[in-house]
Design a protein. Structure first.
Ligand code: 5GP
Length: 184
């Protein structure tokens, strides 16, 4: 089956630089729309509700799960994250290229339900570099850092499941590769 690149999933371990890459992509092409996820994680300093995430409590999140409001959802490092379904469908119908920046479980769910989505895995140059980036970020507790490192190892093992792997060593090179894959 040919993959369409209207719905693009970007996955990769915490600290790999997905967020930075995605922000740069958005500035390159106004036809790209980034889905804003819901999460039960507390906002980090500077994060804005409705812009970075929809910050929900567990009850609000569960209600959306029960009402089938998510395209996919997953638990990650002690918190829940999910992609609101309606807005993704709306933006696809408007002809936008829709980007989902999500973790592995969610990418696997989307692979089943949205078979034409194109899935890109962002990998670090090596694990030591990733660990350094996660620790240097300085936004997470020691416990959260450990959970993210354990999860990062699992995610890296799954990279061959993806349609493409992009190594984020030099950010401009990685960006160019993603642009080519997205045909933008
Ligand atoms: P963070 O807490 O660092 O913002 O995000 C933790 C992880 O959750 C990242 O790998 C991020 O890509 C992922 N994530 C963010 N939003 C979603 C979502 O809606 N669904 C899923 N499955 N993962 C998400």
């Amino acid at each position: 089956m040919t993959k369409k690149n209207d719905l693009i999933v970007i996955t990769g371990p915490s600290g790999v630089g997905k967020g930075t890459l995605v922000k740069k992509l958005l500035t390159l092409n106004e036809n790209i729309w980034l889905s804003i996820s819901a999460t039960t994680r507390s906002p980090r300093e500077g994060e804005v509700n409705g812009k970075d995430y929809f910050f929900l409590n567990k009850e609000e999140f569960n209600l959306l799960v029960l009402n089938e409001g998510f395209l996919e959802w997953a638990q990650f490092a002690g918190n829940f994250y999910g992609t609101p379904k309606d807005s993704v469908q709306e933006q696809l119908a408007l002809g936008k290229k829709v980007l989902l920046e999500i973790e592995l479980d969610g990418a696997r769910q989307v692979r089943k339900t949205m078979k034409k989505a194109f899935q890109i895995f962002i990998a670090p140059p090596n694990f030591d570099e990733l660990e350094k980036r996660i620790r240097d970020r300085g936004t997470d507790s020691a416990d959260a850092i450990n959970q993210r490192l354990i999860r990062a190892k699992e995610e890296l093992k799954a990279q061959n499941e993806f349609d493409a792997i992009v190594i984020n060593d030099d950010i401009d090179t990685a960006l160019l590769e993603i642009k080519n894959l997205m045909k933008i």
